[in-house]
Design a protein around this ligand. Sequence first.
Ligand SMILES: Cc1cc2nc3c(=O)[nH]c(=O)nc-3n(C[C@H](O)[C@H](O)[C@H](O)COP(=O)(O)O)c2cc1C
Length: 359
Amino acid sequence: MSLKAAARPSRFLDSSMHFGTALLRLLPAELAHDIGMWMLERDLLKLVPLPSFGSSLTGLGMNIPGIGEIAHPIGLAAGFDKNARAPRGFARMGLSFLELGTVTPRPQDGNPKPRLFRLDDQMGLINRMGFNSDGASTVEGRLHALRWNHDPIPLGINLGKNKDTEIDAAIEDYSQGLETFGPHAKYFVINVSSPNTAGLRGLANEHFLKELGLRHKNILSKLWVKLDPDMKKRDFQGLVSALADIGFQGLVLTNTHRVERPEIGGMSGQAISAQSTACLEWAHEVTKGRMPLIASGGILSGQDVFQRIARGASAVQIYSALVYRGPLAVYSMLEELRNEMALRGFSFLSDVKGSYYND
Ligand SMILES: Cc1cc2nc3c(=O)[nH]c(=O)nc-3n(C[C@H](O)[C@H](O)[C@H](O)COP(=O)(O)O)c2cc1C
């Protein structure tokens, strides 16, 4: 799989993609998602003359420690392709790295529908999917068949626990995931931050994560932890400091913000941008660059990408932007990012990294 070279999208392509995305938005959110996934799984985008990046990627390459070189900073956030059904389709949309999952050890249905809601005016969503997962064995089978070559698009697996696994036994669920997917994942994300599985966020503590880290110390350089944006600053920074000391490779900041209104679940999109950005700044204050960070949460434009990289992220992940901006989201965001860099006098994105903190 490679990031192809070619031209800008034609006006026709641009309009039809916008039209298609707007049409999907007329459907209930999860149905629209399922249709999108159906198309991506069949790699139908290959029939569309999508723009490709070519020389427009010059200067946008980044290195994520432990994951490797990526052609540009925009990757896929967890939850879109929970079951490894469509990595090729996502690669075709131009994403530079992919995070699949959350996968649970055993298959489970997740919460009853409806469980996904749009917040159109904020380019956001509320979800309470509750880890609908085909289970580790099925997902492993797909990855085995896929034989993914991580160069140039690294693929990571996000791991969770089953709903009916007691909290005291949760470590076994994560361990099982790590063992099952060892050969397939360039990196792992320990998800202790989704708001829709009772007790899961309670695992975001030093004791639990230290035990997990010690048990898997031979692969600590592959392990990232995804945190939620709802902790108090002092607790958050204490945990970040502990995770750095344990030796986890990096952090994904952040998952969704827990809400009860207008629906119970996790909120994403514009409304969580400030909170996620604050977490990035808090983490940077503690780690001062010694632990790589991947930003997620309300990244909807190239300007947003710029701001997160400037605040120390090595890369970003998107979910809501794909829902609201459609299959050309990555292309458009990269163009916006280039413009933002030009405006601020940067030729290389690696020079933008952390620049917000410079005197
Ligand atoms: C429908 C939906 C399902 C999600 N599922 C997961 C998941 O399984 N695991 C996870 O770590 N994050 C999950 N997320 C969170 C996203 O990965 C991302 O962190 C969050 O949506 C914020 O990014 P955004 O504002 O770009 O959407 C999910 C988000 C949505 C909207």
